[in-house]
Design a protein around this ligand. Structure first.
Ligand SMILES: O=c1ccn([C@@H]2O[C@H](COP(=O)(O)OP(=O)(O)O[C@H]3O[C@H](CO)[C@@H](O)[C@H](O)[C@H]3O)[C@@H](O)[C@H]2O)c(=O)[nH]1
Ligand SMILES: [Mn+2]
Length: 750
């Protein structure tokens, strides 16, 4: 590794290094690029005139594989790592930070998760007088408010305990349930720990009991005026703003040992069925305004309720970038990786997203920095709220935060006014200010806009993971999440901020070439469905009809296909292994890639087309954070869970059946033909497929063979498993029907 910017002295708060091995990578790049170009040359010079449509489809698929491969190289060109020096920060210089947390649905996001996330965030190792907490509840739920209230009470014991014994991680649930905690020993500690644990368990019990009763006991309701809001039933889609101050900062509320507490404000913005609430982007913009009113810290961090803080030092790491004497003025936001707890050993559903956060995001550091990933992100409030970066003005880090004593009653009233449905009318929220509206992936969209305004971002990945979150734990949830992502990303590509816009490519756009490649790779994710569907449908159907679409084994071009196939897989495997992955992880990732490609991505292209025609709207389906015990057992055994009759399953199941069927039929008929011709002592086998040379089908056999091996868990789920996670019979029946129809149609038209 070579240090590229260490010249500066002890004042620097971070340095950057580029990964080694660039020369080898560049050789690979050139060789692979030559391979792709030759393959396309072969296609163009070998048009299959008897089957022009099939030839066109296959060529299109290969062209698109080539384009995405090329775009992906944006991440691989110059991976860059940063190291920050939090120990050099002066305590008095730490800037105030507002912490914004979102939750939306007490059933899918259990209130106890929200409470634990909040507690982990409230106990950061940071001057409490500089921290303010805002929680947005889009569910408008009394159960969530109850959990947040109980957390605010428990925090008064938890915060001093964390500080005193320097515990880690600071989510009490995780801390108390992990047996391996490296906790300090000693009589005092044990006693105190047991006491706090008992308090914590009581809190958890209360939250769970309220959840079961769907109501909060009267004695607790009487403890805080906020519960009065729910004296009459609240419809989450139709209610007034609710603002409740649960902890008053600035030294008003104190913890059990008499130290000041940070402020904590519960916000449920107004909802009306007649106005669009813009999902998470709308929620964050509401919190943005409420926090500006009450504390107005120059930095805001936003965290999803399902991501607890796992590193009490994380804020200090991020602050290094905003205070660095040399580079800070360019930096709009700092992004921590998304990491997940509870991922199975081989990451069954690929939801550990190692590739994104342990490989690709380091690549973005080389060109203006990573995408905004929606959680674990610290923004400079000014850049988020519309200020453009001006390289000619070396702006200073400005702290306009509100300090001093506050009239909390009055603030609640004012905060209600900025969280009404009509507040944003005629104002630039969602287009010029705050999070952008118009994509279900509001985060990447907003980050792209900030980059287009000239800001840089930073991928900050301290050794101890900053956050640990909850990822989907079954196939259907995973596919739905990816449908939302790929749809939202495609919406971004089709927006005014398209990374491949003429301004970005040729004009005065602010994006660098590498950045355009990375953004395009992500925002065009959905289009993977095109080559994947073609490769999963055309070669097998052509094969059973005796049509060869690839060079035969003896043809030198055959080797190009084999080379590209093997080396692309080998490269991605090697890459994952270098990031401490395993073969099985890579295999699972490959399988999920194919499942998503033929399901999530296909659906998102259809949703986007329907949206363009004005027929439907894209939405935000919240991922469920609950799992039942039996399903959890299967998950931990790494059995793929299907269980629900989801339309998302039908394309991949159909394709897996199709490939298996075509493979078996082709092989059987080739074998019988060979045997028969031997018996008759004929020179050339003449199969019922009508191909005189079986060697011309070898690549198609390989493709279908590969798809069938990847699909093994699907066949098992359809035909062999008896547990509840198996493929619902209705999906199997539909798929068989569809598969038979495809085979029939192909036999007629090919
Ligand atoms: O109307 C809504 C919908 C969602 N949320 C919140 O948004 C967050 C993310 O929702 P989740 O269902 O957990 O989605 P994920 O797919 O896990 O989220 C990923 O993808 C989102 C974009 O689609 C990003 O915003 C997230 O940060 C990123 O982690 C959660 O805290 C929700 O409470 C709201 O506040 N209001
Ligand atoms: Mn989530």
């Amino acid at each position: 590794m070579t240090v590229i910017s260490s010249s500066l002295d002890d004042e620097r708060l971070f340095i950057s290094r580029q990964a080694g091995g660039r020369f080898l990578y560049k050789i690979y790049f050139l060789v692979f690029l030559t391979g792709i170009v030759s393959l396309l040359y072969y296609r163009v010079t070998n048009i299959a005139y008897d089957h022009p449509v099939l030839w066109f489809l296959i060529t299109l698929a290969e062209f698109w594989f080539g384009v995405t491969w090329f775009l992906q190289q944006g991440f691989r060109w110059a991976p860059t790592y940063h190291v920050e020096y939090p120990e050099r920060l002066a305590e008095s210089n730490l800037p105030p930070i507002d912490v914004l947390v979102c939750t939306a649905d007490p059933d899918r996001e259990p209130p106890s998760i929200v409470a634990n996330t909040l507690l982990s965030l409230m106990s950061y190792d940071y001057d409490v007088n500089k921290l303010s907490y805002y929680i947005s509840d889009d569910g408008g739920s009394q159960l969530t408010f109850h959990a947040v209230y109980l957390a605010s009470v428990f925090a008064k014991s938890w915060l001093p305990f964390c500080k005193k014994y320097n515990v880690e991680p600071r989510s009490p649930k995780v801390y108390f349930s992990s047996s391996s905690t490296s906790s300090p020993s000693g009589q005092n500690f044990r006693q105190e720990c047991d006491k706090i644990k008992a308090k914590f368990e009581k809190m958890q019990e209360r939250i769970e009991k309220a959840g079961k009763m769907r109501n909060v006991p009267v004695e607790i309701r009487n403890e805080h005026k906020g519960f009065k809001e729910w004296d009459t039933k609240i419809d989450p889609r139709d209610h007034d703003s609710i603002i409740e101050v649960l902890l008053r900062g600035n030294g008003v509320d104190k913890d059990d040992e008499g130290n000041p507490m940070p402020s904590l404000i519960y916000v449920s913005r107004e909802k009306r069925p007649t106005s669009h609430h813009r999902f998470k982007a709308g929620a964050l913009n509401a919190l943005n305004r409420v926090s500006a009113l009450i504390s107005n810290a120059p930095l805001v961090i936003n965290v999803d309720c399902d991501m607890y803080s796992n590193n009490s030092q994380a804020l200090r790491h991020a602050v290094c970038y905003f205070l660095d004497p040399k580079e800070s003025h360019r930096i709009g936001y700092v992004q921590f990786p998304q990491s997940f707890g509870g991922i199975t050993q081989s990451d069954l559903y690929g939801n550990g997203v190692k590739r994104i956060y342990e490989i690709e995001f380091f690549g973005t550091n080389a060109h203006n920095g990573p995408m905004y990933a929606g959680t674990g992100t610290i923004h400079r409030r000014e850049s988020l709220n519309g200020r453009k970066y001006d390289p000619n003005v070396k702006i200073k880090f400005e702290d306009k935060s509100v300090r001093g004593s506050k009239n909390w009653v009055e603030l609640e009233v004012q905060a209600k006014l900025v969280t009404t449905c009509t507040y944003e009318e005629g104002k630039p929220w969602g287009s010029e200010m705050g999070l952008m509206y118009g994509s279900a992936v509001e985060d990447v969209y907003t980050g792209l806009v900030l980059h287009s305004r000239g800001w840089n971002s930073i991928f900050c990945s301290p050794e101890r993971k900053a956050f640990l979150g909850l990822a989907p734990v079954n196939t259907n949830d995973t596919l739905i999440q990816h449908k939302r992502w790929s749809t939202g990303l495609l919406e971004i590509f089709l927006s005014d901020y398209c990374p491949m816009s003429l301004a970005n490519l040729f004009g005065d756009g602010k994006l660098k070439l590498g950045q355009i490649m990375c953004y395009s790779f992500y925002t065009l994710w959905a289009l993977w469905c095109l080559p994947m569907l073609i490769y999963a449908v055309v070669p097998p159907l052509a094969m059973v009809n005796g049509i060869s679409l690839f060079p035969k084994v003896s043809n030198p071009w055959f080797r190009i296909f084999i080379f590209l196939g093997i080396s692309s897989h080998a490269f991605s495997l090697a890459e994952l292994m270098l990031a401490k992955g395993t073969f099985q992880m890579w295999w699972n990732e490959t399988r999920m890639w194919m499942l998503k490609g033929t399901s999530s991505y296909l659906f998102s292209v259809m949703v986007t087309i329907l949206k363009a025609l004005g027929i439907s709207e894209s939405g935000f389906e919240i991922t469920s954070k609950v799992i039942d015990e039996e399903a959890l057992k299967r998950y931990n055994k790494e059995m793929m869970e299907f269980a629900v009759a989801s339309p998302m399953f039908i394309p991949p199941t159909t394709l897996s059946l199709l490939n298996l069927y075509c493979l078996v039929r082709t092989v059987v008929s080739l074998v019988t033909a060979t045997v028969m011709s031997n018996n008759l002592e004929e020179a050339e086998p003449n199969t019922s497929l009508g191909v005189s040379n079986p060697l011309a089908l070898v690549l198609q056999i390989i493709i279908s063979g590969y798809i069938s091996i990847v699909s093994l868990p699907i066949y098992k789920a359809m035909f062999l498993r008896m547990d509840k996670g198996r493929m619902p019979t209705s999906v199997t029946v539909y798929s068989i029907g569809l598969c038979a129809t495809l085979v029939y149609l192909a036999s007629v038209f090919m």
